[in-house]
Write a new protein. Sequence first.
Length: 403
Amino acid sequence: MTSALLSVLLAAALDGTHLVASVPIVTTVDGAAERAELRWVIRRDENERGVVPHDSGWMQYGSTPWLNHHLAVVTTRGGAPSVRWMSSAVELDGLFVEAGDVVLRSKGTLTRYVFRGWRLERSDRPPLASLTKARLAARFDTGLLHLAAVGDVMVGRATAKALDVIGVEAAFSAVKPVLARAEVRLGNLESCFSSAPHPSPGALDLTAPVRRLDALRALGFDALSLANNHCDADDAAFSRGLLLDAGVVGLVDEPVRLGDVAVLGLKLWPTSSALLDEALAAKLRRARALASNVVVLVHWGDEYAQTPSPAQREAAAWLFAHGATVVLGAHPHVLQPVEQPGPNTLVAYSLGNFVFDQQGYPTGVGSKTEETVVLEVRVHRTLGLTWRTTPFRITARARLEPR
C-alpha cells in the first residue's frame, strides 16, 4: 500500500477531528513492540452515551453534542492504518514525549505517563524539572474557544447582607469548579457600585456596596455587562474603574477583545426594531475586526416571561446577520430557551438570575426566579459550536446549590 493511500485512509479514519499535536510512541501489540503515534485531537461527540477508559477510572459521556479533547493511538497494521481512541477525560493543554514516556499538560500541571498496551498509566517518575519552564510556556493551537456565561448578578440589597454571614467562598463553592472549566467567564451585572448613596433607595435600587467586589472576584469573571436598566451612566463609569482594579472588564456599549473572542454589552430595552440601526451594525463590525468570534450580552425582553418575545427573536436574527456568534440574554429574571439556529451560532434568550434575592417577591412565577444555569459554549473554527448547561438553584442565603 502506497504512503499516499495510507494518508487517505488515515484521514478518513480521523474525519471530523482537528489535530492539535502528535508524538511518537512504542506500544505492544500481540506481545510485540510496535511503533505508533499518539495524537491529541479535538472531536465533536454527537449525542454519545457510554464510558471511555482513563487511568483514574471511567468518564461518563453526556447526552448532548460536545467538542472534546481526545487521545488516539495510530498504528499501521497489515498495511492499513488503525486508530484506537484512548480518552476524553483529560482537558489537555499540552502533549510531550520524554524518554519513551508521555507528558501531558492539563490546567498548567505537567504529569508523566507510561504507555502500557492501550492505556496511559501515571508514572512514578516526575517529568524532568529542566524542561518544565519550556513546557509550561509552549503553546498549542487547539482552534477551540471555551466560554461560560451566567445571567443576572446582583450583589446588593439582601444578597450583600447574606454574603456577610455565609461568606463568598461558601456561597459559591459548588459553582466555581464549573466556571473554572472555561477560558472566558461572562455575566450581566445588575448591581452597579456607587460613589455615593442614592438619594431615594428602594426595592428597585440594586446598587451594591464596594465590599461585594469580593463576590465577583470569587466567581472569576472576566467581563460583566453594565449595559442594563439598573446602571446609570455615573454608576457605570465608577463601576468600570472598580471592576478593572479587580481584573474584570466592565462592558458598556463598545466591543472589547478577551483572548480569541470579542465581547459587547448592549441594552436593547424596551426591545424594538428601531434600535437595530446602522450605529449598532457599526459596533458589530468593530467587534468582528477584533476577533472572528463575537459574543453579545444583551439586555432585552419582558420581565418574568418564560418564552422569548417576537421582538427578541427579531433582534437575535439581526445580530447574527450582522456578525454575532453567540447572543446571551438578560433582564427577564427567569430562564428562557437556548437555541442553535446554525452550526456556528447560539442564542440564550435569557439566562435568568444567577446571584439574586427575589425569593418571596410577588413575581407571578413562583420559584422560577431561583432556577439558574451555567451555560458553557465551545466554538471551533472548523468543527462548529457545541453547548451544555449545568443547573443550579439560588437559595435564600445567596448560596448556589446544584439542582
